[in-house]
Every structure is written in structure tokens, then in C-alpha cells.
Design a protein around this ligand. Structure first.
Ligand SMILES: C[S@@+](CC[C@H](N)C(=O)[O-])C[C@H]1O[C@@H](n2cnc3c(N)ncnc32)[C@H](O)[C@@H]1O
Length: 308
């Protein structure tokens, strides 16, 4: 391995005990704000990987301790850390991502699992992109996707990360999914994963930061049957009004990534005149919701709608 430099991030592997009930999402949120990827629970410990751009990780460790102290009641003396290389990360990823029955029709397995090609099995290769069943928002989205994707649908996945939701939708029968992702290395992981699952012709990975403006253009140009967006609150909340207008009347929208405390803001921005709720759930403090788009009355043209 080449020596660490300020340009190539090294990785810090951090382990902590699970926080008391009700503080799980606060811890995960604090770790994400510090750049954590791939947060998992292994036996009685939480394990997270943090990119460390400084060869000396002590400053990051100090920031981590301060963030954990500020957001949870965990004792910071219980935090353990070590430096880890990319190849060790790949090995740890393969160990952490265990075969998981994500929904009635879909099982997620790491790429080193052997077995014949099977549309009920979604294979994931090691990467630091967000998007494995280890996160409750991804798990909730996978489960709800199974209930709403119809064969032949045209879908949009905003913030595809590892590509997991877009690939799941393709395996569940969707005809075409535009999968948007702002982060280049996550796009590379999504492209690897779609090849691994033989859905290259149906999952289009688009490297782009989605904005309200780009969503407006998209809804004008295409008929969209369904939309998934599992995004951090800071990314989701500004997009929510435009996301709500994307699916065709009768189409669906699946949103996730918001801690329970942010729900009132989310509901306010969503525009209850456009959508009917189908179901919602909160897992470990993280909310996920599914809606269907209301039929638009011909007497109420789009342009006349408030806020459009
Ligand atoms: C919480 S992860 C979700 C990954 C995956 N869809 C899942 O459900 O596990 C959110 C992803 O959205 C990406 N992202 C955030 N804001 C975005 C935006 N405005 N446009 C495109 N991608 C965005 C992030 O880089 C990250 O990979």
C-alpha cells in the first residue's frame, strides 16, 4: 500500500457500544455528519468507517468524541478506533454484509456468495457507497418497493448510492430506472452493481446533483410511474415539493432518510393536495413513507395549482 497522503483518504474504523433506546438515529446522524460510511451493527458493537484526509487521525478522533458526547449519552471512553486500508475494508464489507431477506421477493447477498443467476437475489459488491441492508432506511425502502413496483414501470431513483433501490426495482420488474447520484465513486459502485445483477439495460446511472429545477424539467419531459428518494434531511427537504410532483396521477413516491423529529417539516413541504398516504414506518428513529399521486382533476390544470 502507498504511504498515506492528504489527497488519498485513509480510513478510520470506529467501534462503539449501541446507544440507549431512542438515541440510535442521533448517533448515526452524528457519524454521517463526520463523513461516516457503512455503519453496521456487529454483535454488541456499532462499527463505522470514516474517511480521514489527514495522515494523523487524532483530530478526527477528537471531533468524533465531541460529536458523540454532544448528541448521545454514550461515554466517549467506550469509543475504540483503528486505521484500516481499502483492501481490509473490502474484506470487512464482505464479512458485514450477510445474506439478508430484504422483502418477500428479494434477498440481498454480498458478491462473494456463490449461486446461480436468480432475479430474486440482488448481489452487492464491496464499496463505500451508502446502500446496503445494514441501514434501516434502505431496509424499509426495499420492503416497500416490493409492494409498489409494477412490471413495466418507468421510475426515478434520486440518490442511488450503491444503486441498491434502482437494481431492486429492476429485479422486481420495472422497465427503466433513471438512477441519479451526485457522488462519482458511488456512481462507479452503482455501475458495478448493476452489471453484477445483469440489469445494465434497465438501470441508467446518471452522475448529477438533482435540484428542484432539474426535477421540474424531468416531470415535464417524461411519464414517471414511481419515484424513490432515500436522502439525508438536508438533501431531501429542499427537493420535496418538486419530488411530490414527479409521479403521474396514480403513480407512487417512496421517501426516506428523515429522522422522526423532522417529520412535521417534511409533511408541510410535501403538499397534501397532491398525494394520498399509503403507509409509513419508523425504524430505529428513521422514517420512511409511501404515497400515491392523486388523480388530477381536468378542471384543475397543473399551472393553476398553488405553489406550482
Ligand atoms: C442515504 S444515501 C441512499 C443510498 C441508497 N439509495 C439507499 O437507499 O440505500 C443518499 C445518497 O444520495 C446522494 N445524494 C444526496 N443528495 C443528492 C442530490 N441532490 N442529487 C443526487 N444524489 C444525491 C448521496 O451522495 C448518497 O449517495
Amino acid at each position: 500500500m502507498s504511504p498515506p497522503s492528504r489527497d488519498s483518504p485513509q480510513w478510520l474504523r470506529v467501534t462503539l457500544p449501541p446507544p440507549p433506546a431512542g438515541e440510535g438515529f442521533l448517533l448515526v446522524d452524528a457519524l454521517h455528519r463526520l463523513g461516516a460510511r457503512h455503519i453496521t451493527r456487529r454483535e454488541d458493537r456499532i462499527v463505522a468507517l470514516l474517511a480521514c484526509h489527514d495522515p494523523d487521525p487524532r483530530e478526527l478522533v477528537a471531533d468524533l468524541r465531541a460529536a458523540v458526547r454532544a448528541s448521545t449519552s454514550l461515554g466517549v471512553e467506550s469509543i475504540e478506533w483503528s486505521q484500516i486500508s481499502e483492501s481490509e475494508i473490502d474484506e470487512a464489507w464482505q464479512r458485514d454484509v450477510r445474506p439478508f431477506q430484504a422483502s418477500p421477493r428479494l434477498r440481498v447477498v454480498p458478491s462473494n456468495s456463490v449461486g446461480p443467476r436468480d432475479p430474486s437475489v440482488l448481489r452487492l459488491s464491496p464499496s463505500l457507497a451508502f446502500g446496503t441492508p445494514s441501514h434501516p432506511t434502505t431496509r424499509s425502502c426495499l420492503e416497500l418497493l416490493d409492494s409498489c413496483v409494477q412490471p413495466g414501470e418507468r421510475l426515478v431513483d434520486v440518490g442511488t448510492g450503491s444503486g441498491i433501490l434502482a437494481i431492486a426495482a429492476a429485479l422486481l420488474g420495472a422497465a427503466h430506472i433513471e438512477a441519479y447520484e451526485a457522488d462519482r465513486s458511488a456512481c462507479r459502485a452503482a455501475i458495478r452493481n448493476r452489471a453484477l445483477n445483469h440489469v445494465e439495460s434497465r438501470v441508467e446511472v446518471i452522475e448529477a446533483r438533482v435540484t428542484p429545477e432539474s426535477l421540474r424539467k424531468l416531470s415535464d419531459s417524461d411519464r414517471i410511474d414511481g419515484v424513490s428518494a432515500n436522502l439525508e434531511p438536508a438533501a431531501l427537504l429542499p427537493l420535496i415539493g418538486s419530488l411530490a410532483r414527479l409521479p403521474r396521477p396514480g403513480g407512487w413516491i417512496l421517501l426516506s432518510g428523515v429522522p422522526r423529529a423532522e417529520l412535521p417539516t417534511l409533511r408541510e413541504s410535501l403538499g397534501s393536495e397532491l398525494l394520498d398516504p399509503v403507509t409509513e414506518r419508523v425504524v430505529d428513529g428513521w422514517w420512511t413513507g409511501l404515497w400515491v399521486s392523486r388523480p388530477r382533476s381536468p378542471r384543475e390544470p397543473e399551472a393553476d395549482r398553488p405553489g406550482h
